[in-house]
Design a protein around this ligand. Structure first.
Ligand code: GLU
Length: 460
């Protein structure tokens, strides 16, 4: 594909000159960066990278009452955590002089005027745009042609004073000054676009391409909000999602590669992403799918990284501080099988699901060792004794899940699986719910396994 073919203009014609793609993500720091907002950033990033272009992060911090530095920090930290580099960084609060120059120019040219108005608190001045009320037509890459009658907008306000432009004005000036070629943003901004186009024309800015992304919906198709499952990047990090899984999941939220592929590295996203394949309809946020994706990434983590993440979570619970390296090596595959995100380790620990490894069971109610469906205490005792005899024939090297299983199964098949395997599992874990008995024996090792089997038999 040649450069010129890549850039259809808003009227559907091809440009004849080469143009470098410049995109931007323009969050207002009024809350923690949400996954949904981050999807907008990701699409802008992918599109720019794909075209060897530039991706800009612009903090829209002009609303003094609602902005917080804490939220700006959160945005930057989120970008760092997700390893999404931007090429340039701006803050609108540092650009007042630039907006003022443009405002003054519009006033001088009589394209805008200062209007003295009665307000609740007395008289005040605002700057209004002299709107001719034409019909604005623009092409949206995702939604096709959109037409707006701008008459009803009237002479809309573009600044509260020469020092205080409103959002519509600063956005247009910045997009022009920064050479933005593609505006990729949420669908909630469609209704702002006609105003933006009128201001662009007035300041003599070229019209960028527009791509308005579908909203993200909750499972009941209502707008996703804090109340029904929207989570921030910060929370997703705390819950133990991996950055790669977040990016992979969000890329598929509204974009469809047109194949069955579900796992994408950032490199393959840069290659395959296309604005044309973004759906028009709302994209439903599916936490199960996010969890599934995360599990795939957790499983693929290098062993060392995985162990460190598990150790960190286990120590945080306060129950298992200072876990030995050997224990970690044994527990890692077992925990990895059972979690979708690292936070699940906290749940497992809180429910006592890992206690069996760290504490010897007490069998306070020895009846629990008996298979409920028709076995007796004597029988359970007999099986536990038989199991210790069988297992004592294995050497330390042979104490693997496969070997243990292969030596015990013939006995269990003969005596009834439940009759044998239930007491074995309970003897080793002291829990009704735990991993299978062969895994338990292997993870505990020969010595602990035999001690627990004998102790349990003695309690019957
Ligand atoms: N600051 C706006 C917002 O947070 C984005 C403006 C835009 O993308 O044009 O919704």
């Amino acid at each position: 594909m040649t450069e010129t073919q890549r850039f259809p203009t808003s009227n559907g014609m091809k440009t004849t000159t080469e143009q470098k793609v410049v995109t931007r993500f323009a969050p207002s720091p009024t809350g923690f960066l949400s996954l949904g907002n981050y999807r907008t950033a990701l699409f802008n990033f992918l599109y720019a990278k794909q075209h060897n272009g530039k991706f800009i992060l612009r903090i829209e911090d002009t609303d003094k009452e609602r902005n917080k530095k804490e939220y700006e920090r959160d945005i930057i930290e989120s970008f760092e955590w997700l390893s999404l580099p931007f090429n340039e960084f701006y803050r609108q609060s540092e650009r007042t002089d630039i907006y003022k120059t443009y405002l003054q120019k519009l006033v001088d040219e009589d394209k805008a005027y200062i209007s003295k108005e009665e307000k609740e608190g007395g008289r005040s001045e605002v700057i209004r745009f002299r709107n001719q009320g034409s019909t604005v037509v623009f092409n949206d890459i995702i939604r096709g042609e959109i037409s707006f009658d701008t008459k009803e907008l009237g002479d809309f306000v573009i600044a509260k004073s020469m020092e205080e432009p409103v959002f519509h004005f600063s956005v247009v000036v910045d997009d022009f000054e920064m050479g933005i070629t593609h505006i990729i943003r949420g669908e909630d901004h469609i209704s702002n676009t006609p105003r933006h186009i009128l201001i662009q024309e007035a300041i003599g800015a070229p019209r960028p391409q527009y791509a308005h992304l579908p909203l993200i919906l909750a499972s009941d198709r209502s707008k996703l909000s804090k109340r029904n499952g929207a989570i921030s990047i910060k929370e997703s990090r705390e819950r133990g999602y991996t950055p790669e899984a977040i990016i992979n999941y969000l890329a598929l939220l509204g974009w469809n590669p047109g194949t069955e592929q579900e796992i994408f590295s950032i490199e393959s996203l840069i290659q395959q992403f296309s604005l044309e394949k973004i759906q028009k309809g709302g994209a439903v946020f599916n936490e199960e799918k996010l969890n599934w994706t995360n599990k795939e990434y957790i499983r693929a983590l290098p062993k060392e990284k995985l162990m460190n993440a598990i150790e960190e979570r286990m120590s945080k619970t306060g129950k298992f501080t200072g876990i030995s390296r050997e224990s970690l090596i044994l527990l890692t595959p077992l925990i990895t099988e059972r979690i979708e995100k690292f936070e699940d380790i906290t749940d497992m620990a809180e429910k006592g699901e890992l206690d069996w490894f760290f504490e010897e069971p007490q069998y306070i109610f020895p009846e629990s060792l008996v298979w409920k469906k028709g076995s007796s205490r004597d029988e359970a005792k007999k099986h536990l004794q038989a199991l210790s005899e069988i297992l004592s024939t294995l050497s330390l090297e042979e104490f693997t899940v496969e070997k243990i299983e292969s030596i015990i199964l013939p006995y269990a098949d003969k005596e009834g699986k439940g009759n044998v395997l239930w007491p074995m599992r309970f003897a080793l874990s002291g829990k009704e719910k735990s991993p299978d008995p062969f895994t338990l024996a292997c993870v505990l090792g020969k010595e602990k396994t035999l001690t627990r089997l004998k102790k349990a038999a003695n309690r019957l």
